[in-house]
Design a protein around this ligand. Sequence first.
Ligand SMILES: Nc1ncnc2c1ncn2[C@@H]1O[C@H](COP(=O)(O)OP(=O)(O)O)[C@@H](O)[C@H]1O
Ligand SMILES: [Mg+2]
Length: 245
Amino acid sequence: MTDQPSAPPLVAAQRIARRDAARQQTLLQPTDFALAASERVALTGPSGSGKSVLLRALALLDPLDGGRIEWRGRPVTRARIPTFRRHVAYLRQRPALLDGTVEDNLRYPYSLAVYRDVSFDAGRARALLAGAGRGEAFLARDASELSGGEAQIVALVRVLQLDPDVLLLDEPTASLDPESARAIEALVAAWFERDRAAHATVWVSHDPAQALRVGTRQWTMHAGVLANASPSGPPAATAPREAAR
Ligand SMILES: Nc1ncnc2c1ncn2[C@@H]1O[C@H](COP(=O)(O)OP(=O)(O)O)[C@@H](O)[C@H]1O
Ligand SMILES: [Mg+2]
């Protein structure tokens, strides 16, 4: 599946689980998952089935209630989480931008301790924005005045300039106009192709046509259960009904 069959997956999850303690509800059933370099996974499933819960768990953004995550075959201990988050970037559906200009937003990550060793590269940022059809003047735009599509482009460029290895994309084009959606797909594709032997994506989509475009492996979620949706995998139709919200 990868260029180096002996290499461990980039991200591996062993029996990871998430619970809502307050409501005594299982959000994610114990789940195994492995993402090798050069893989592109598309994840679909009904609203509320746990797609975001899974992605946020894979990114170690929410505390696990069981299981563990490995990065390149090594468990991600608490001390290694900041480094892990540099490798594995999560992009949410509705980006959170700071007050200020687009450039302020692109510069922001470099003010964080974990990125102290790198600095903002305006040329790189401009090249990435050009890949989304946005010119130089876009850097000076006020973030609060951007459309949803433009805000998502800024959020994606903010992540891509930091050179992650794995992108976890959580419905990044839902509710975007078709042109912005194509820009997002193009940016991700260009990043992926730049070093496909080292990059991998998981892309949550509610659009089956997009899932086929962006994924070489198709997975689906039902009621906190992850199932392989490709013909060779276990049939997704046997998954339990959705948990009530
Ligand atoms: N941090 C949380 N605490 C409690 N419940 C949550 C939390 N995050 C998500 N949920 C619940 O888990 C279920 C799955 O949510 P989610 O993963 O966002 O679904 P989707 O597949 O639409 O992305 C929903 O019922 C949601 O309300
Ligand atoms: Mg979601």
